[in-house]
Write a protein that binds this ligand. Structure first.
Ligand code: FRU
Length: 493
């Protein structure tokens, strides 16, 4: 960091404490404009040797244009009560992949990891009891239970939430990334032991490795090593739960080996650290936002002290409610063992726009990076509307600039007649999209009215199973969706 830039950062920090210093012209001369090496957090080793360190904005003016169109609206699924895993609700799911991102085969089997919970629970209670199970299939169509991934008390957290799983055919090693839920605020950092059972809604990213063997009767995943907490919220960019003033997340680690740099990354769902006296950094995140056109000069700062590079048409990230602060976060692996990770600035920030950009993941196509995530109707900021659906951005490099697909970011939304029928989308390399079936046939009942219905009503309307896939067509920054392919779930390579 140059001396000038350091002075500028300090001045921004002071401006939070002394509002009269708040800003406008404070940092215009000394800040770099355009891509530079990804900065490290204080104390980290040197910067990464590839350009781009700017966060792309999902802005209010873009989202105000958002509407369901014929090419972004999913069809209505027939109501189903048939569960792919009888006895269990099943929701977020991901196929085991090889390090290059292709769908893996372990012996003759495809393997799919899912969040599951006994269907004796009310559907809304499943999140607090989520357990990882894997399903296996020879043909991608007929699925059977493999096993529970980790036995009681052997995983981190009181529940395990979404992640990703990588199988290396050369070594038979399997690497599971998942979210540990339930570490109460204020408790000490991970002590290296598994089996934390205190309940709560704090979240951390965990990695564990084991070995995979297969036979004619199935796949065995075993020999698990230490469940290692690899990334926790906090630091320069990512808000801690205790600092949140809104909906908060730090979860859904998704492994990605970048074909260009050869480096390993995790994407995750998080919230931007907005700075201030209770935050880890006095200055908001030190995140720099991309100009609308790379190379545009000039730096603005908004009232919260965020630095904006270039012009956003007068729009600042805090035009809306700043406690609505969802981001797609990223860390880079610092060793081959994948035990050490460095936090990078978020790729996308939706400040004043949306508080949860869930299960982010990449597809690389035609040398472009397509970044997808799921989001809910209820996590959009006041005054903005978007369906429960799949959203996406496209960039020419891993670190952006990212532009919203279809001009608004909406890729596939549930239809107004079935607003909560599918969720938690995963775009596979073949552009088939995996999701689960949630609530169907709600009549006029909204999400917040479900809990006051009878248990039978709630169970009857929640499917808790995998949806038939639908296909995406992608051409540059435009996408379109097909209808659902068939009536049952299929995983096709
Ligand atoms: C999306 C999601 C994930 C989370 C899981 C918890 O469906 O909210 O972000 O890991 O569900 O059940």
């Amino acid at each position: 960091m140059s001396t000038l830039t350091r002075q500028c950062t300090r001045r921004l920090a002071l401006s939070i404490l002394i509002p009269t210093l708040a800003l406008g012209s404070a940092c215009t001369d000394s800040d770099p404009v355009g891509p530079d090496p990804i900065p490290s957090e204080p104390g980290d080793a040197g910067p990464l040797n590839f350009p781009g360190a700017f966060t792309s904005l999902w802005t209010r003016s873009v989202v105000q244009q958002l509407e369901l169109t014929p090419t972004s609206t999913l069809g209505v699924l027939p109501q189903t009560n048939e569960q792919i895993l009888p006895g269990y609700w099943l929701w977020d799911s991901w196929p085991v992949r090889t390090p290059d991102g292709a769908i893996a085969r372990i012996g003759e089997w495809y393997v799919l990891v899912s969040l599951t919970a006994p269907d004796s629970l009310l559907p809304g209670a499943r999140h607090g009891k989520a357990e990882l199970r894997y399903l296996i299939s020879r043909d991608g169509e007929d699925w059977q239970l493999g096993a529970r991934l980790f036995t009681d008390g052997n995983a981190e957290g009181s529940a395990q939430w979404a992640g990703s799983t990588i199988y290396d055919p050369a070594t038979n090693r399997i690497t599971v990334f998942y979210t540990a839920l339930g570490f109460a605020d204020g408790t000490p950092a991970d002590d290296g032991t598994a089996g934390e059972s205190r309940q709560g809604s704090d979240q951390r990213l965990v990695m564990v490795q084991g070995s995979a063997t297969s036979s004619a009767s199935g796949v065995t995943l075993s020999d698990w090593g230490l469940h290692r907490v690899i990334v926790e919220p906090g630091g320069q960019y990512y808000e801690r739960k205790s600092n949140s003033k809104g909906i908060w997340a730090f979860r859904d680690p998704w492994f990605f080996k970048d074909p260009r740099s050869g480096r390993s990354f995790l994407l995750f769902t998080a919230n931007l650290s907005l700075g201030g006296p209770n935050s880890d950094s006095a200055s908001p995140a030190g995140v720099r936002f991309w100009p609308t056109a790379p190379g545009v000069s000039g730096v603005e700062s908004n009232a919260a002290g965020m630095r904006l590079f270039g012009s956003h048409g007068g729009e600042t990230p805090t035009n809306g409610d700043p406690s609505v602060n969802g981001v797609v976060g990223m860390v880079v692996a610092e060793n081959d063992a994948l035990t050490s990770w460095r936090k990078l600035p978020p790729l996308i920030a939706a400040i004043g726009v949306n508080s949860q950009l869930e299960r982010p993941h990449f597809i690389v196509k035609d040398d472009k990076y397509y970044l997808f995530f799921s989001s809910h109707e209820f996590t959009f900021a006041e005054g903005l509307n978007g369906p429960d659906g799949l959203y996406g951005f496209v960039g020419d490099s891993l670190t952006g600039l990212y532009a919203p697909l279809n001009g608004t970011g909406l890729v596939a939304g549930n239809p107004t007649a079935a607003r909560f029928q599918t969720y938690s989308y995963l775009v596979l390399p073949n552009l088939q999209v995996v999701s689960f079936v949630g609530y169907q046939n709600l009549g006029g009942v909204g999400l917040d009215g479900i809990g006051s219905q009878t248990p039978e009503w709630q169970r009857d309307r929640f499917a808790g199973t995998l949806a038939p896939p639908f296909s995406l067509t992608i051409s540059g920054a435009q996408t379109s969706v097909s209808g659902f392919n068939g009536t049952g779930f299929r995983l096709l390579p």
